[in-house]
Design a protein around this ligand. Structure first.
Ligand SMILES: *Cc1c(COP(=O)(O)O)cnc(C)c1O
Length: 427
């Protein structure tokens, strides 16, 4: 089969099939459920309507987006024979390799869709914030592809200390501004109060949102948490489903690392629909960092999706929007909340979560690198560590389970983190 034929024609909207639908997002001022109009003051209209769509099970992938997907999709589904052998496990371990995308992670799957819809709607500029820079890089490239301008506010300390992703965004032609900056009112206020402010995601979000609100033809974008982002990521699981069919196996366990839930939902949801229908009984495990354990230790309540309090109030597992996780290397997992769909699914017992310490995740990542030849992103190491735990259980019980996980990205720009692990500086 041609790999291009394997690229789905439609994304899977799990909201249509959920036995209990997520509770509504609320407008923080009126406490009324948000409408597409409310959302589209910030996000483009099509994404706003996808966000609230609880009825259409399948949503067409526009041809232009599918053509761009074809540059790197379908991504490989790989049996990790080397890892299986090293572990001495009877389990069959497969991974879906999203690290082969041009920017090195799954984030491009949604960036391309969001930039395309913006272009269609006459939007000329997009903004976002970025910490470590993975989302900023994906959006910068996607904006260039569809001929729109990207302005990215990068947390000042990362801008200065992690220059490579900044350079990547700049190579793609994005305007990258260290936040807080003098270019917005929010930034000026912060700098007036604290001239040496090093920036945080909160300051960067405030600036990106302000720019989007103040600039005609400009929209704000997010790379995780929101339902429309996870919808776009279902290409991962839909492809994996067809690829698993070719192997003659079906996963007993599906695992993804968990920041705001987009790569986890992307690989898990297409398989989960067969659990809803009663045909299958797959286990789904989200792997989160112990330093930011919203799924295993957060509360289910209404909270803001962002640190600055600009998004609607979302019903989700959260550690509180002002929670400050420690500065772990898996920057993409340092997020306080879990997104409304995953939160409802966890509450209703359709999935599980585990939290893992950095030492265990880097150890797992190094074993994966040695046995499979790919340096995983520090985020993806969490999924690998959870896989290893399950594979070791299989070794004890002798069960030949099939485990599938999402390798959300490679870690070639994160070698400083590996250096520190090898030097024994990560505890
Ligand atoms: C951003 C990122 C994540 C976390 O985001 P999710 O929305 O939870 O998938 C995980 N892995 C990589 C490589 C990332 O860049």
């Amino acid at each position: 089969m041609l790999s291009e034929d394997m690229i789905p024609q439609k994304w899977y909207n799990i909201q249509a099939d959920m036995p209990v639908k997520p509770m509504p997002m609320l407008n923080p001022k009126t406490k009324e459920p948000v409408t597409v109009d409310d959302l589209s003051s910030l996000f483009c209209r099509e994404c706003s309507s996808q966000e609230l769509n609880q009825t259409d099970r399948w949503i067409d992938i526009p041809d232009e987006v599918r053509q761009r997907y074809a540059n790197y999709r379908c991504t490989p589904l790989v049996r990790a024979y080397g890892l299986e052998e090293a572990l001495g496990t009877p389990a069959h371990i497969y991974f879906k390799n999203e690290s082969v995308s041009p920017i090195g992670s799954h984030k491009l799957n949604s960036a391309l869709a969001q930039a395309y819809y913006c272009k269609q709607e006459g939007v000329t500029n997009v903004t976002t914030e970025t910490g470590a820079g993975q989302w900023g890089a994906a959006l910068s490239y996607a904006a260039k592809v569809f001929g729109i301008e990207a302005a990215v506010y990068q947390v000042k300390i990362s801008y200065e200390q992690k220059p490579y992703r900044r350079s990547i965004m700049q190579v793609f032609g994005a305007l990258v501004t260290p936040s807080p900056s003098m270019s917005t009112r929010a930034g000026k206020d912060i700098l007036t109060r604290t001239p040496n402010h090093q920036g945080s995601l909160g300051t960067a979000i405030s600036e990106a949102v302000e720019l989007a609100r103040m600039t005609p033809g400009c929209k704000y974008t997010l790379g995780s948490v929101m339902n429309h982002v996870t919808l776009h990521q279902t290409v991962i699981g839909l492809e994996a489903e067809k690829q698993m069919e070719l192997t003659g196996e079906y996963p007993d366990i599906v695992i993804g690392c968990f920041g705001g839930g987009s790569n986890f939902g992307g690989i898990a949801f297409p398989f989960m629909r067969h659990n809803f229908s009663g045909e299958r009984n797959t286990r789904f495990i989200a792997a989160e960092p112990a330093s930011c354990p919203k799924l295993t230790q957060g509360k289910f309540e209404y909270d803001f999706g962002d640190e600055a309090g600009y998004t609607p109030l979302l019903p989700m597992y959260t550690l509180g929007h002002d929670f400050q996780p420690s500065n772990i290397h898996a920057g993409g997992l340092r997020y306080h909340g879990a997104g409304t769909i995953v939160s409802q699914l966890l509450k209703d017992g359709y999935m599980e979560a585990v939290d893992l310490e950095q030492t265990e995740t880097f150890k797992a990542g190094c074993l994966f690198a040695k046995t499979e030849g790919i340096i995983p992103a520090p985020e993806s190491c969490h999924a690998i560590a959870a896989v290893i735990r399950e594979a070791e259980k299989c070794k004890e019980t002798g069960e030949e389970k099939t485990i599938l996980f999402c390798l959300s990205g490679h870690g070639l720009i994160d070698m400083t983190a590996y250096d520190q692990y090898l030097a024994g500086n990560i505890h």
